[in-house]
Ligand binder design. Structure first.
Ligand code: ADP
Length: 183
């Protein structure tokens, strides 16, 4: 039986950059291999664990603090935790890294224009129509990762290639053992 080492894989990036898509591909691949995987998706968390929180810096930090608390518990229990959440503040991400320890940061990087063109959830249009404010990357800050373990350039690569880069890193760091990546 495999020794289970938990890890939190934290996907940061603009809305529409590809965080959810990549984590879903990874979840599927790792589940097939028999790993215990949990996804804490920012959008879903905001509908339950963080219901009622807004998008001020305080509320964003509180949202992240709650997610990190759960991620830490799961990580300690040998789960591979995938966290696709914008998490715009570098210092906050650094604090979570310290807190959790077994932490891999994935910078999901696509230019703002590309994210806006994708507009998967229609949020960019809502912003341009003046219906929402504090939008990350436009009128609210996004601080790019400086030293992520993995950078996915999602305007230049497919979700499968991005997912395989993350899986390859998890293998090289010793968090997973079998080679499930194709690159
Ligand atoms: P986020 O979770 O960052 O808000 P989503 O995953 O919901 O973003 O949406 C990203 C969109 O970009 C999807 O429509 C996806 O198909 C597309 N996309 C194109 N290339 C990639 C890639 N390499 N990785 C992830 N998503 C990609």
């Amino acid at each position: 039986m495999l020794k289970k080492i938990g890890v939190t894989v934290w996907f940061t990036g603009l809305s529409g950059a590809g965080k959810t898509t990549i984590s879903q591909v990874i979840e599927t691949e790792l589940c097939v291999q028999g790993y215990q995987v949990e996804v804490l998706d920012g959008d879903i968390v905001r509908e339950n664990l963080s219901k009622g929180l807004g998008f001020s810096k305080e509320d964003r930090d509180e949202n992240i603090r709650r997610i990190a608390f759960v991620a830490n518990l799961l990580t300690r229990n040998g789960v591979i935790v995938l966290v696709p959440v914008i998490s715009p503040y570098r210092e906050t991400r650094q604090q979570i890294r310290q807190q959790i320890g077994n932490f891999v940061e994935v910078y999901v990087n696509a230019p703002l224009e590309v994210c806006e063109q994708r507009d998967v959830k229609g949020l960019y249009k809502m912003f341009r129509d003046g219906k929402i404010k504090n939008f990350t990357g436009i009128d609210a800050p996004y601080e790019p990762s400086l030293n992520p373990e993995v950078e996915c350039r999602t305007n230049l690569e497919t979700p499968e290639v991005s997912a395989d880069k993350v899986i390859a890193k998890l293998i090289s760091l010793g968090y997973i053992y079998s080679s499930v990546c194709k690159v």
